[in-house]
Design a protein around this ligand. Structure first.
Ligand SMILES: Nc1ncnc2c1ncn2[C@@H]1O[C@H](COP(=O)(O)OP(=O)(O)OP(=O)(O)O)[C@@H](O)[C@H]1O
Length: 340
């Protein structure tokens, strides 16, 4: 696919700085996201990878302020750069017009389970048209037309029929397309995708990925794409953030992270995660489990599972750039930086 021409404003559409999202539980404070920093460039795709329980979903939901109590944003900034203005989503009030504008108009989200965002009691057409009416045109007929065009864009075989269908009348793959159509109807600057293809069979997964790439190029939209699948990362991402226990432990271009993974956790993930189309191959699990992030000692969080742990790992490493654009939170590489 031809690369997307860079839109007029260069630079990031989203900058997350030191984001912390915690849950107040009876057992203590659960630090699901604990100081995450990354950015997503305009029109580009950042893939977020990491084992189950590392905080990917909570981080993604925090960007749209969808985390419910006992969860709360404990600190940090979620800077959305929109044309000439910048909004810190972390500072918006829960029911404010500003937050409503961010959701749907500027940032949309698609999930693994389409019924998370589709209502079972309204037709697909009415649901997409409602998004269009809130954000683009008040006219009902015009909104339905935009809805039909959007359904055609996402590859719905019979868009006119899909407009009148209720979500349960569609197959899993078509429901996924309907959810994507709803997410795209407002033409967001950023689409957050939380494993949207995991439940689908491989052929449909590829179709949806191609579709997202095509739409991204056409609309100049950026994507934050959460996945467990390295084949998907290789296919769609420009940059990769590896998350472990609520923090980014490695960040870089997809080429750098795949060719030269720096953090022992990233290397372990590469050996343990399936690549698309290679489901049968032998995979090595990383030893141990992701701990629950309550009352963890202040040391490298991967220390207990790491084959390379040494004395400095009793401290918490910072996320440092060790090559241009390639950062890691690991003392193995920080020593190289210090001695360079
Ligand atoms: N509503 C909640 N209440 C309490 N703890 C929660 C809640 N949601 C998530 N957590 C905890 O926050 C941590 C991060 O969870 P999260 O769902 O973000 O992980 P993930 O990396 O997205 O995993 P997966 O790949 O399975 O979706 C986990 O320890 C999880 O148990």
């Amino acid at each position: 696919m031809a690369p997307q021409a860079q839109p007029h404003q260069p630079g990031p559409v989203l900058e997350v700085r030191g984001l912390k999202t915690h849950f107040k539980l009876d057992d203590g404070l659960l630090r699901a996201v604990d100081g995450v920093t990354f950015s997503v460039a305009r029109g580009q795709t950042l893939a977020v990878i990491g084992e189950s329980g590392c905080g990917k979903s909570v981080m993604a939901r925090s960007i749209l302020r969808l985390v419910k109590k006992p969860g709360f944003i404990a600190g940090g900034e979620i800077l959305l750069h929109l044309g000439d203005s910048t909004v810190d989503v972390a500072q918006l009030r829960p029911n404010s017009v500003g937050l409503r504008d961010v959701r749907g108009q500027h940032v949309s989200m698609v999930f693994q389970e389409p019924m998370t965002s589709l209502s079972p009691v309204h037709t697909v057409g009415d649901q997409i048209a409602e998004v269009v009416r809130v954000h683009r045109t008040r006219d009902r007929r015009a909104a339905l037309e935009v809805a039909r065009d959007t359904l055609a864009k996402v590859g719905m075989p019979d868009p006119a029929r899909a407009l009148r269908a209720y979500p349960h009348e569609l197959s899993g793959g078509l429901r996924q397309r309907a959810m994507i159509a709803m997410a795209l109807a407002a033409r967001p600057a950023l689409l957050i995708a939380d494993e949207p293809t995991t439940a689908l069979d491989v052929t449909v997964q590829w179709q949806i990925l191609r579709l997202l790439q095509g739409l991204q190029a056409e609309l100049g939209m950026a994507m934050l794409y959460i996945t467990h699948d390295l084949g998907v990362v290789a296919q769609i991402a420009d940059a990769v953030a590896v998350m472990y226990l609520g923090r980014v432990v490695e960040y870089g271009s997809v080429y750098d992270v795949f060719e030269n993974p720096l953090h022992p956790y990233t290397r372990g993930l590469m050996k343990s995660m399936p690549a698309l189309g290679h489901r049968g191959e032998h995979l090595e699990a990383i030893r141990g489990n992701v701990p629950v992030p309550i009352n963890l000692p202040r040391e490298c969080p991967f220390r207990s599972r790491c084959d390379f742990a040494f004395e400095p790992c009793g401290e918490l490493p910072a996320l440092l750039e060790v090559e241009q654009g390639h950062a890691t939170r690991c003392f193995l590489h920080h020593r190289e930086v210090e001695h360079a």
